[in-house]
Write a protein that binds this ligand. Sequence first.
Ligand code: FES
Ligand SMILES: [Fe+2]
Length: 345
Amino acid sequence: MWAESLKPDLLVPLMILEQPLLFYRDQYGVAAALDDMCPHRLAPLSLGRLLPNGNLQCGYHGLEFDSSGQCVRNPHGSGRIPRACAVHRYTLVERHRLLWIWPGDETPDPGAIPDFSFLDEDSGYDVGPRDTIRMDSNYRNIIDNLMDLSHASFLHPDLLGNEETIQARIDIKQEGNSVQVRRDMNDVRPPLLRDLLFKQDGARVNMWNSIRWDAPSALLNDVGTYAPEADPAQFAGQLGCHILTPQTADTTLYFTAAAKQGPLASRSADGEVDFKARIAELRRTAFKDQDDPMIRAQQINIRLHPGVRPVLFEIDAAPVRCQRILNALIEEEQKRVSSRISEEP
Ligand code: FES
Ligand SMILES: [Fe+2]
C-alpha cells in the first residue's frame, strides 16, 4: 500500500491473502496492521473508531486495543481482560513511500525489501502519480505477463510495442530470488509511450526494456530509448514500479508509479503536471484495460483445464524461472507450517 494513502485518523480495511486486515496510524503516526477482527464477537475492528490516545475501540461493545493488538480496556462488568483477548499485529515497515507487510510465518527481515529508492522523497527523481489498480487477476499470472514483455507488440499495439519490436535480443540474469530480463530492440519505429518520453518526432530509435522481479511480487521496470548510432548513455526513459499484493486467488492490488530518467528525458510544452498525468493514464490503460482482461480470461481457461501444461517458448524463460522460485518458496513455507503443526501438543 502507498504510505501516503494511510492518512492519520483513518481506519483502512484491506483484504490481503484472503485475510481481512486493518491498517491505521497510531498516535505517533506509526503505521500498524492488525487482523480486522475483534476477539470478542469477531466484529470487524474497522467499523470501530480510533481514540485520541491512539487506541482502537471496537464499534460493537467497546473493547479497546493498543497498537500492539493487546486489549487494554473492557468497559463492562469487572473490566477483566482475559489474556487471549488480543488481535494479531503484523510487522509493517514504511520504506520507499510504501508499506511492506509480512503476512507469513517467516521472521520479518526489512533488509529483504527490494531497492525502490527512486520512489524516495529525496531520490532526485520526479515521480508521477502513485496509482493503485484493482486487477481481477491472480498475481502469478500478472508476474508471467510482466516478465515476458514480448506481449507489448500484440496486447499494447502502438502504445508500448508494434510489429517492429517483436524481435528482440533477450538477456536473463538470476541472482538468488531475483530475476531480471532485458529486451533490446534496435532501429525500430517507436511506440507512442517511448516517443512521448523521447524526442516526440516519431523518428526511428534503439530501445531497451528491462524488468527485475524480486520474490514474491515486486517488479522494477527500467526502459530507455536512444537514437540509432548514438551513445546509449544519451537516452530518455522511465523507471516504473509494479508491486503486486494478492488479495484473493482472483484479485490483486497493483501499485504502480513511474519517473522519467536519462539525460534526454523530454519535457512537455503543456506543463509537467499534465504530462505526468497523461503518462500515468496511458500506463493505466495498458495495465487495466489491456493486460487485465486478457489475464483474467486466460485464468478462467487455466482453471477449466488444470491438467493442460502450457507449450513454452524462448520468451517464457524469465517467467518460468520466477514461477520455479515461487514454487520452491511456497513449498518451503508449507513444510515449515506442517512441521510446526505436527510439533504442537
Ligand atoms: S465484538 Fe468487539 S467488543 Fe464485542
Ligand atoms: Fe502488458
